[in-house]
Design a protein around this ligand. Structure first.
Ligand code: AHR
Length: 493
């Protein structure tokens, strides 16, 4: 039995809703097919955006959507993607499969998608192969209200009023696909490019600098030292691979044994160490915590589904992905003083997706369900939860078995999200609540007896949340029993 104490008096700051952000890149079937089918498609759409996916994503209350990449961003020239679709430039998507990109989904289409989703756009600008002028003009095009060459061009293209644009990334992975730069060089480029990312009128841009790959602490050190005062956010990218190794096979998304289940859990928990260590460097240069750590790419990365284009990064999504989602969201919440945004990669048909599509079929993944269950934490106050997790031991290695986070919302409802990482063992939690008078408890659980269970187009509801009956509330005391490999969200009102 795990003894837990939840202290509702001890509010530890707001959990930014932007921790629940998503990412949509021009990669494989994410944008084309997954989101954009075009106005003439037989698949029901609103102005070219498929309705089934749109409606499913709306239910997640996505707070922010990053676009157009990823690696694609540093080869993207935004002017190719405006004006009449038939006249737009065709290009090669060099990063992802070498396929043709017809630019039918561009700035107007993306910002329309954001309006329909009621989400904030987060645009990644091109530093690797774009000019300062190009970046300056893009921001002017989107946000300037008045008479100017770019505002006039926008109006000619049918958008009279400027959009509001809060988040802008100055390059992506500039240590790799975004130009193979050294941090010293990129820090200067960041200072240079970001100068021209202007605030027009009331539009205030939150500028995000390219941050480190995984444990490249030197990158964070240099960026904070040389450019920390000129940025609002610094990114971090970390993907969970079962093997932890980029060379060779990364492992199948569906065909795995308990050893890979364990190693995937272990590797994903590394996110906490990364956040702690990068934050420590940021604290040195920014003790007030003004600069946000923006984990704008995270999630699982497996081998692509057999028979699919290796450049399209299409993978299935099992109960294992659900656990990975829950664990990482709990970690981001724990460090929400510094972590101000996170964007799982990616929203549709790529890597750890929310939604998969095939023709006019669509399914919701186990990861989707976790985001839907956890959305109750968005903008709530983080609460202190004290407990000592039992260990999950596999061979000679051990990790914590339980991952937990709790919050209280403005109506006084408490939500507790818990993941049991163990592939075979239950865990029973006895949780004492201090400082809140909960009268009733309810909950939902996502689990399955088979670790690699997943939804298919034929059976799209094999893994879906159900009401959780295994919880009781007596005299301010919650008791619940979690089956192996499960994600639970409780509501105490
Ligand atoms: O999300 C897929 C790719 O992973 C992105 O394009 C890139 O930024 C990262 O390496």
């Amino acid at each position: 039995m795990v003894e837990m104490k939840l202290n509702a008096h001890e509010k530890k700051g707001t959990i930014s809703r932007y921790l629940y952000g998503q990412f949509a890149e021009h990669l494989g079937r994410c944008i084309y097919e997954g989101i954009w089918v075009g106005k003439d498609s037989p698949i029901p759409n609103i102005e070219g955006i498929r309705i089934d996916v749109l409606e499913a994503l709306k239910k997640l209350h996505i707070p922010v959507l990053r676009w157009p990449g990823g690696c694609f961003a540093d080869e993207y020239h935004w002017m190719d993607g405006i004006g009449p679709a038939s006249e737009r430039a065709r290009m090669i998507n060099n990063n992802w499969g070498g396929v043709e990109e017809n630019n039918h989904f561009g700035t107007h289409e993306f910002l329309r998608l954001c309006e329909l989703l009621e989400t904030e756009p987060y645009i990644s600008g091109n530093v690797g192969s774009g000019t300062v002028r190009e970046m300056q003009q893009w921001v002017e095009y989107m946000t300037f209200d008045g008479e100017s060459p770019m505002a006039n061009l926008r109006k000619e293209n049918g958008q009279d009023k400027p959009w509001s644009l809060q988040f802008f990334g100055v390059g992506n992975e500039n240590w790799g696909c975004g130009g193979n730069m050294r941090p010293e060089y990129y820090a200067d480029l960041y200072r240079h490019y970001s100068t021209y990312v202007r605030n027009y009128g009331d539009n205030k841009v939150y500028k995000i600098a390219c941050g480190a790959n995984t444990d490249d602490y030197h990158w964070t050190e240099v960026m904070m030292r040389e450019a920390g005062g000129l940025m609002d956010g610094l990114s971090l990218h970390y993907y969970t691979l079962p093997t932890g190794n980029w060379l060779g096979s990364k492992g199948s998304s569906t065909d795995f044994e308990t050893n890979e289940w364990f190693s995937t859990m272990k590797n994903t928990l590394y996110m906490e160490e990364l956040i702690v260590k990068h934050s420590k460097i940021m604290d040195k240069y920014d003790p007030e915590g003004r600069v946000g750590l923006i984990v704008d790419e995270w999630g699982t990365w497996f081998d692509v589904e057999p028979g699919t284009n290796p450049g399209f990064l299409y993978q299935q999504n099992t109960l294992r992905d659900a656990l990975i989602a829950g664990i990482n969201l709990n970690i981001f919440q724990k460090y929400s003083k510094r972590v101000k945004m996170a964007n799982i990669a990616q929203v549709v048909n790529v890597l750890q997706a929310m939604v998969l599509t095939e023709g006019d079929n669509m399914l919701l993944t186990p990861t989707y369900h976790v985001f839907e269950m956890y959305k109750v934490h968005q903008d709530a106050e983080l609460l202190d939860v004290a407990f000592e997790s039992p260990l999950y031991t596999y061979g000679a290695q051990s990790i914590p078995q339980l991952s937990v986070s709790a919050s209280i919302n403005t109506d006084g409802a408490i939500h507790l999200s818990a993941c049991n990482l163990h592939h075979a063992e239950n865990t029973t939690v006895s949780c004492h609540i201090d400082g809140a008078e909960g009268k009733k408890v309810s909950g939902r659980i996502l689990t399955h007896t088979s670790l690699n269970e997943h939804n298919t187009f034929e059976q799209p509801e094999r893994v879906a949340p159900v009401n959780f009956e295994g919880v009781t509330l007596q005299n301010g005391h919650l008791q619940f029993e979690m089956p192996p490999a499960s994600v639970v969200v409780l509501t105490l009102e």
